[in-house]
Design a protein around this ligand. Sequence first.
Ligand code: CTP
Length: 405
Amino acid sequence: MTSPKPRVVLGVSAGIAAYKACELLRRLTESGHDVTVVPTADALRFVGEPTWAALSGRPVSAQVWDGVADVPHVRLGQNADLVFVAPATADLLAKAAHGLADDLLTNTLLTARCPVVFAPAMHTEMWQHPATQANVATLRDRGAIVVEPASGRLTGKDTGPGRLPDPAELFEVARHVLARGGARDLAGRHVVVSAGGTREAIDPVRFIGNRSSGLQGYALARTAVTRGARVTLVSANVALPDPAGAEIVAVGSAEEMHKAVVSAAASADAVVMAAAVADFRPAGYRDSKIKKTEGAEPEPIRLVKNPDILAELGGNRPAGQVIVGFAAETDDVLANGRAKLARKGSDLLVVNQVGEDLVFGRPDNAAVILGADGSHTEVPRGAKEALAEIVWDLVAARLRPPSPD
Ligand code: CTP
């Protein structure tokens, strides 16, 4: 017998980003989800009913008066495994926060007992308005996941936070939330994740870098968002799509990463340093490209030490902050890992073996996670997201209970 398909209600409210929800719908249906699209009446001005019906393979209704004998305003919410609203307009968030129920989508939100995700999209002013922020806080308090909008070009000429994240990344959020049953053990927490590899400039065209792809850090950011955290992702030279809901701070060098991480860490409950940070940088930057001189030997490049961000965080942290490091080792993996954990003053150290074919740029990873309390967690080879979930499990277990205010 095949297991039943997960049932998803895709709510669509009236924003221009409704067209991006078509791509989310396609990904959901193609990966074996049973999706019912519930647009608001005005959402149908942006994308019409035939598109939703064709892509979902199901009838589409915006209001409660169709097929009343089936009591759809109750049944859809009750039977769903996930309700995902994308885009969620300021108006829809306000209605949801206040429990209004004047159409099929808002009725469905009131009857749903499954995880509910809102992916807001609107102009920056509307997003930042205290009314919208209060509604978002209310929805989060009640257990919904509200994905932070992405920053960038909005409709018209302006830019700022308010864009609907990439549909492929929204799909990842849906997939994770379904897999975890909507558990939000990082709700109300701020976590900082560093990812990628720093580049230390030699001259305008050359740098000293490393082979880190950023996949592990991005998996950590993505999984933390779905567990309810506010995520700051300090990203160095990563060519991957932005995880939905994370605030991205792009940096280049170790010194830039140092500044960005230390600043974000001041308010963080946890910091995970997954980035490969260059230990050294060229002592002097050449303003113009270094040229070769016929018959002369190249000049050596003198290196100086970069700040050790992880060690600095470990030595001077706000009370209760949990700090996680990663250790890339080629030999004596465990012994080097234990020594590094002590040297850096972290709570946890994820130790993995690196080499030509191991870890860098691969979607999977194997590791052992060492705890300052003596714990030792073996993580068998698997997806980097599976390792990320285990890291967050260990972090969540070490966080102090949230303050009551
Ligand atoms: N790290 C850091 N700042 C640096 C170097 C490393 O914050 N300047 C962090 C990395 O993000 C990682 C951890 O320290 O979480 C371990 O990095 P690794 O390169 O394995 O250790 P190193 O301290 O560089 O030690 P070594 O290269 O001698 O093994």
